[in-house]
Design a protein around this ligand. Sequence first.
Ligand code: HEC
Length: 111
Amino acid sequence: MFRKICYSAIVLFAVACSAGKEAATTSSSSTISEQEVNLAKTKYPTATAASLANGKAIYTTRCAQCHKLPNPESMSRDRWDKIYAKMTPKAKFSPEENQLVMEYINGVVLK
Ligand code: HEC
């Protein structure tokens, strides 16, 4: 009896882990279209689908930790820039993370 419980716990754990991994890879790679990459490249020549997806993933997880994810398009450019500067220390972005998020926001979201 005890063995059986242990075994099902292990199976459940394994299923939960693989399901989580699957969701993470699909959401980060398939959400940036080729058109968006080309658009971002006009401002950031080194941007790729992977780097933009990375920026998006950082933005959508880290900027939604304390409140719901803000929509940069809902405010003026000036206001967004001020708020972003105020919020990056709260989100504790490294310089690399900040660069990836800037490329995603400025290259894809705010065009
Ligand atoms: C550690 C918690 C925390 C994180 C992480 C965080 N915020 Fe905030 N955010 C707050 C708090 C608290 C407020 C409300 C008080 C204020 O304006 O300082 C706020 C307010 C805001 C507002 C509304 C401000 C206004 O004046 O209308 C926006 C927009 C915003 N955050 C965007 C962001 C963005 C973008 C990121 C990611 C770079 C981010 N936040 C990350 C805590 C956080």
